[in-house]
Design a protein around this ligand. Structure first.
Ligand SMILES: [Fe+2]
Length: 448
């Protein structure tokens, strides 16, 4: 409606300008007949000049509005594109929510934004992501449906543009506790809707220039919210499917390990060591999550190895050892078609590669072996040495540490060994003074 009024105003100015121009031409002929040529000329030049000024300012104003509109549309399109890219590349719900808020803030030129999702069982909104606010509030701020701005939007499914929260009769009395976080009292809020079902709310506060949010801002937020809701739902589904796949494979690994009392719990212990290393290395949450999954799946290929070979207490023949060595490839073939990150599949295939290039199955070398595989290799070998096997008892801590150190740079990535030793020392697995220089005891750094 506001836009229509603006448009009609410009039309009136345009008609007025055309009339003025026509009148100046008419006056020229009139004055030409009545008075002199000079009067006619000056009079019409003056009127033509006034008309020119009218046209000039009108065109300038219209062009600015058109350019603004194009820029806004471009933002709108790019924000939708960014969300679409995010859903392909950022499948973690937390990352996606933060990205959506950041796009909203960028488009709306604002400083603070949040997404609250409805907890279906409890019928309340919970703050799931926020930008421009303390991160510790995430997961802690709750809002009952129907209460406050977000609660109102979530209950009614209607977007809200509030020019001044304290003057709004619906919310004026309910001043937010964290009121000092807001630059002014204007805000916009839109529901996240999936087929008319409300899943949450997106809120944007604090225009950087301190101005009040406009109807255009609200319309942009509604477009963003519609796209965001689909993305959030897809990301949720994706996470559920991936978790389901992992849980099935985890069950299969447990069933496999349950047959052998010696390897029971091996995959979960390896996963824990690997995640500890990743934490200490400061790896990002996505890499850690992929490492966790790779740890749980790394020995899944042993399903394809005969039980008599897996559980053989004595020394393996060359043929039997070759069969054991096929488990990374079998594992990779089992998970190849799964919808999980490629780095997880790669780590399953290459967790027995050696840093010096003499591992299997592909004889990869150094940093040609992925970081996840190099971490798993250290974690896997440590668990193999530090737990009982059908053919020997768990090695004492000092020998395990000695083997890790001696094989650092040949079997293992030396940087990862240093980090892992720090972790083990910190956990009290060994003390510096217990270390020995050489050992004559049998070595078994490779898990059979
Ligand atoms: Fe293995």
């Amino acid at each position: 409606m506001v836009e229509e009024i603006k448009r009609s105003k410009k039309l009136v100015i345009a008609y007025f300008g055309i009339l003025l121009l026509a009148f100046s031409v008419f006056q020229y002929f009139l004055l030409f007949k009545v008075n002199s040529k000079m009067y006619a000329l000056y009079g019409s030049i003056f009127l033509a000049f006034v008309s020119f000024l009218f046209f000039y300012f009108l065109i300038k104003k219209t062009m600015t509005t058109v350019i603004d509109d194009i820029a806004r549309k471009k933002y709108e399109l790019s924000s939708i594109k960014q969300i679409n890219n995010a859903i392909i590349n950022v499948l973690h719900l937390d990352d996606l929510l933060e990205l959506i808020i950041n796009i909203g803030l960028q488009v709306m030129n604002a400083e603070k934004g949040s997404i609250m999702l409805i907890e279906p069982d409890r019928n309340i909104l919970i703050l799931k992501s926020a930008v421009g606010m303390p991160k510790e509030l995430i997961g802690k701020i709750e809002q009952k449906l129907g209460e406050g701005v977000a609660g109102f939007v979530a209950e009614n499914g209607e977007p809200l543009l509030i020019e001044d929260i304290f003057k709004d009769k619906r919310f004026g009395k309910k001043r937010p506790k964290n009121q000092d976080m807001y630059k002014n009292n204007s805000l916009i809020s839109a529901p996240l809707l999936i087929k008319k079902e409300i899943i949450g709310v997106i809120n944007i506060n604090n225009k950087k220039d301190g101005s009040i949010f406009s109807q255009d801002d609200l319309e942009l937020l509604i477009t963003l919210a519609n796209q965001a809701a689909i993305s959030i739902e897809t990301a949720k589904l994706h996470e559920n499917v991936k978790e389901y796949i992992i849980s099935v494979v985890k069950m299969a690994t447990r069933a496999l390990e349950a047959k052998d009392e010696y390897t029971f719990g091996h995959s979960e212990r390896v996963t824990q060591y690997a995640v500890d290393i990743a934490e200490k290395m400061g790896l990002d949450s996505e890499l850690k999550e992929n490492l966790r999954k790779a740890g749980l799946l790394h020995d899944i290929g042993k399903i394809g190895v005969r039980e008599s070979v897996l559980l053989k207490p004595g020394r393996l023949t060359d043929e039997e050892f070759a069969e054991i060595k096929s488990h990374p490839t079998i594992g990779y073939e089992i998970i190849e078609s799964m919808e999980i990150d490629e780095s997880i599949k790669d780590a399953v295939l290459h967790h027995h590669e050696r840093f010096d290039g003499w591992g299997y199955p592909d004889k990869l070398k150094g940093e040609g072996i992925s970081l996840l595989s190099r971490i798993l290799c250290v974690a896997d070998s440590f668990d193999a040495m530090s737990s009982n096997r059908p053919y020997r008892k768990a090695l004492p801590a000092k020998i395990v540490i000695s083997e890790l150190t001696k094989n650092s740079g040949t079997q293992f990535d030396p940087e990862i060994v240093v980090i892992f030793l720090e972790i083990l020392r910190g956990q009290g697995y060994y003390k510096e003074e217990d270390l020995i220089e050489e050992t004559e005891e049998p070595k078994e750094t490779e898990e059979k």
